[in-house]
Design a protein. Sequence first.
Length: 401
Amino acid sequence: MPTRSQFDALVMNAYQHLYDFVRLRSDPLADLLLPDPSLTPKEKGLRLHRILLDAIDELKPGTDVAPYSKPWRRHRLMMLRYYDALAPQAVANELSISLRQFYREHTEAVTAVTDTLWNLYESQRSMYTSVGDQTAESLLEREAMRATHAGGFSDLGDVLRDAFSLLQELVNRRDVTLVAPPLNDLPTVAVERGLLRQLVLSAFGLIIDAAPSSTLEIRLLSESERIQINAQAITEKPVHATFEEQRPDVQTLAALCRAEIERIERPDGIGLLLRLPIFTPYTVLIVDDNEDALALYERYLTANAYRAFSLSDPHEVIRLARELQPYAVLLDLMMPDQDGWDVLQLLSTQADTCHIPVVVCSVLKQEALALSLGARAFLEKPITEQALIRTLNALQTQGAT
């Protein structure tokens, strides 16, 4: 366990290499903040990068805080230094402060960020060191909560390929013949990848252990909102008692995955039927006359399982908003002919579009005005992937309250 001063040094070192994704994979801070052994080095590096950006976002003051006040400047300083990778003197010039004041406020900002990360580290350490005091079911629930934070969707084909590869040794040892379906063009499911992989491994592993020297047939069938995984082992030998003994663990995992599970009864074997929820991505309508900005936001959105629909002509916004009924509209303010203010007012006052959240994205520092005119959120350009996705994800919570 590191001391607090050692931890602080690790945090500063990680920020110095924030965009060196290869280095972040083996950064000591990744092991402290992401102790999950199932994560690959690449996954650890990407998640550490996001955690570091999240910690900076935590510094963002509320709308009631005046621009250029100390809390505002502290957040802006960290954004310029680490999001935009500006040198200290360039940050000082941007904020109209001396280099000496930059270093003083930088130290204060880093301390605040490190406090956030230290609390995260202690919560992770507590979760992984209190195992002996918890039931297996409660541990699974805590792991599921952690996994859900990492992103709640996964490519079913990738997960099944990975599972079949991991199970190959067990299949050979149990003398089981695995008959798998084609794994191309399978839907995305609304379960975090690590959690889904554990469910599939547990379910298939349970069948293989209970029915050695069998033929395990796996079939897939798409329904309207779910996809079925039908796994049946055909054998001439009796099914081992381990099937019933261990099935509750698989049922617990299935419940945490929001999956339905049934036992398949057959005279010549045993099986399980899993029904997984299919992930339906939210559509986001992007309105910006800058083609580069449109391409950037599309990349951010598709990488995080949103469906992007781009539009450079503001005159078409109302028609497309009515037609698409998007989850949200990303709206630029400075556009020719019809600017974002006009579009925002139209969206906010039309009966069939006023319920659609609008996120204003602009270099103009007009957050208070945008919110007063009906915008749900405001993002100041340049916009990072983390800030955009965090804002869009927050709309789900706002809509549920």
